[in-house]
Design a protein around this ligand. Structure first.
Ligand SMILES: O=C(CO)[C@@H](O)[C@H](O)COP(=O)(O)O
Ligand SMILES: [Co+2]
Length: 226
């Protein structure tokens, strides 16, 4: 199944926002599969980053797919701007939008892929009836808002249960994990069923350098998922 291929997805949070273009070029040279832009509004999460304009002006520096991880209240009001900015996939939080089914279909209607993210405390039953409107599900392995937090290993049974749910519904949808992914934690997430692995602080601070850090994460995840 296509969704089983491991993808390494850097979060841009550790990038130098004054030189984002050159950091995006470095990431592409390092062999990553897509780029995650962490959009935070200071309301849904207690941190503020950037909006669609920054993503739009970054688009020319990379040929990789872009995904917007929208940690914002009422994302349905601004989805068009992220698709227009060049995001191939838009991720909304189940906790941040009242009419989740409509919001996910709105993303598809704009011509992008749709995904839903769940905070650690949010149960899988909250998305059971919208899975056919999703092109990916993101299980947060930290509480959203900041990079560099500790991985919450208690999310592994949640990932495994989601994988079972998707299999029983015959839905070929990849599971992404985000937060605290490093060489120490990636195997547990991959073994549980995650194939898209977001990593920020670990790959950027690795003494191996970006390229070898990305290769190491990929190799560990591929071995663990077999
Ligand atoms: O969405 C988020 C945080 O809210 C993530 O994308 C993190 O920013 C990933 O960073 P690390 O946990 O890998 O440092
Ligand atoms: Co993120």
């Amino acid at each position: 199944m296509a969704s089983e291929r491991i993808q390494i997805v850097p979060s841009v949070l550790p990038c130098d926002f004054g030189a984002l273009g050159s950091d995006l070029e470095r990431l592409e040279d390092a062999g990553v599969d897509k780029i995650q832009f962490d959009v935070m509004d200071g309301h849904f999460v207690p941190n503020l980053t950037f909006g669609a304009d920054v993503i739009k002006s970054s688009r020319k520096y990379s040929s990789l797919p872009f995904e917007a991880h929208l940690m914002i209240e009422a994302p349905e009001n601004t989805l068009e701007r992220y698709v227009d900015a060049g995001c191939d996939l838009v991720i909304v939080h189940a906790e941040a939008t009242t009419h989740l089914h409509r919001t996910l279909n709105q993303i598809r209607g704009l011509g992008a892929k749709s995904a839903v993210a769940l905070n650690p405390a949010t149960p899988l039953c909250d998305i059971e009836y919208v899975l056919t409107s999703c092109d990916m599900v993101l299980i947060m392995t930290v509480n959203p808002g900041f990079g560099g937090q500790a991985y919450i290993a208690e999310m592994e049974p949640k990932i495994a249960r989601l994988k079972e749910m998707l299999e029983s519904l015959k839905l070929d949808i990849p599971i992404e994990v985000d937060g605290g992914i490093s060489p120490k934690t990636v195997e547990g997430a991959a073994r549980a069923g995650a194939t898209h692995l977001v990593s920020g602080s670990s790959i950027f601070s690795s003494p191996l350098g970006l390229k070898a850090a990305v290769a190491e994460l990929r190799e560990l995840a591929e071995t663990a998922s077999k």
